[in-house]
Design a protein around this ligand. Structure first.
Ligand SMILES: Cc1cc2nc3c(=O)[nH]c(=O)nc-3n(C[C@H](O)[C@H](O)[C@H](O)COP(=O)(O)O)c2cc1C
Length: 402
């Protein structure tokens, strides 16, 4: 699944340090997260890793030469910064830091950095004495004063056999710095830091320790909504029934089984700015689930007594103390879709209902066609991927919080 890094354009400048090999893993991870990665490999960097490995992972051409005719006919050193959102120098060698601080432009990497009109982040790595050297420390200070973002090197064993500060930050650490950067770019986004709870998936109601009643909800739509909200800077808690889906990046997931557990977990997230109830909550539960496996008995069938499950959407919508500013429910219907959705809107006291026709393959599928039902009217959205439904809904939520 994609996320905060989805569609972000990142230019990585790979300098000549042993840790250059870690960039390959970094590029792979960024690609998995939906980022578009371009790379400049310095002459020093090419002593450690090959352009072929980089281009195989980034699925993009690797740039090395300032005076390459084809690249420079298009002014590669200018274009590369213009068409990316961020330039990451990793590993940032002592040499690259010094050249950046001095404004030297003697190769493609340094010229691109001097010509950059985009934020620059560096992840230095070097021998600890090189790092501690006043020249490097002075360069670091100069770069920080110019708003270059720095991912500090870590302590530990260094490739040169010495121990100290100078290891390239872990790939995880670099990725979370990138996430923080892109999150900070959402400064004026109304969803930034809004606390939103999303419920997703089915609930399971135990018959006995091995059997249950449930429904076919896959959780895909709810997970996509959690992801889309997170992409726009919201602090998202996902209360999920059992699913096989990976948790979207940056989203806090709480897994529950029954409707009762889902209600409790959702209430625990209050106060929240918004609650989006996407979960297909089982309407009924077994009144007295057996604590032991019910045995098959010839000639007699077990009598299951059902009782009503708590109504999560209504409970949240009518919450006395912590009614969120926005409560959205889903209405999955096989017939009379809009009519039932409008009734549900009034009965539950929520702000919007997303009505979806589940007479086709919607519950497990990747696409969904929904209608946004509000007190003001009904909007019909096209058939689209569940992620696109999620992004359209997120846009609508942004408007609401503006
Ligand atoms: C085996 C080896 C490992 C090196 N590792 C580093 C390093 O981790 N950090 C660093 O700043 N320089 C390191 N250097 C020195 C740089 O490769 C050298 O300064 C080079 O000119 C850097 O070029 P660049 O900054 O254009 O990539 C290393 C050199 C060698 C031979």
């Amino acid at each position: 699944m994609a996320d905060l890094l989805n569609h972000k354009k990142i230019l990585i400048i790979i300098g000549g340090g042993i840790a250059a090999y870690k960039c390959l893993d970094l590029i792979r991870r960024l690609k998995e997260r939906g980022a578009n990665v371009q790379a400049i490999l310095t002459k020093g960097g090419a002593e450690f890793i090959t352009p072929l490995s980089i281009s195989s992972l980034s699925e993009n051409k690797v740039y090395q030469d300032l005076f390459s005719l084809t690249d420079e006919a298009e002014m590669g050193h200018i274009r590369l910064s213009r068409e990316n959102d961020l330039i990451l120098v990793a590993p940032a060698t002592a040499d690259l830091m010094a050249k950046m601080a001095m404004g030297i432009a003697d190769n493609l990497a340094t010229t691109t950095l001097l010509a950059a009109n985009k934020p620059v982040m560096i992840a230095p790595t070097m021998n600890s004495q090189m790092w501690a050297n006043p020249a490097t420390q002075q360069n670091l200070k100069t770069l920080q004063q110019r708003n270059i973002l720095v991912i500090p090197p870590a302590d530990g064993d260094l490739a040169c056999g010495e121990v100290g500060t100078g290891r390239l930050a872990d790939v995880d650490d670099i990725i979370s710095n990138l996430e923080d950067f892109f999150l900070s770019q959402l400064q004026n986004n109304p969803l930034k830091n809004k606390k939103i709870t999303v419920t997703a998936g089915p609930t399971l109601e135990a018959i006995d320790p091995v059997r249950y009643i449930a429904n076919h909800s896959s959780g895909k739509q709810g997970y996509a909504i959690a992801q889309a909200l997170r992409e726009r800077g919201a602090i998202v808690t996902l209360i999920s029934g059992p699913t096989h889906l990976p948790t979207p990046h940056g989203v806090m997931r709480i897994t529950v089984k029954s409707a009762q557990e889902m209600l409790k977990a959702t209430e625990k997230t209050l106060p929240a700015d918004g609650v989006i109830c996407v979960a297909a909550v089982t309407d009924w539960k077994i009144e007295n689930p057996s604590t032991q496996k019910i045995k098959k008995q010839k000639g007699s069938l077990p009598q299951l007594k059902l009782s009503e499950n708590p109504d999560i959407l209504k409970t949240i919508s009518t919450h006395k103390k912590y009614r969120p500013a926005l409560v959205v429910g889903f209405a999955a219907e096989t017939d009379h879709l809009i009519e039932y959705a409008q009734n549900k809107l009034t009965k539950k006291g929520c702000d919007w209902i997303i009505a979806n026709d589940i007479s086709g393959d919607i519950m497990g599928g990747d696409e969904n066609q929904v209608h946004l039902v509000t007190k003001e009217g009904v909007e019909h959205w096209p058939l689209q991927s569940k992620l696109d439904v999620a992004r359209q809904l997120t846009k609508q939520i942004e408007e609401y919080f503006k």
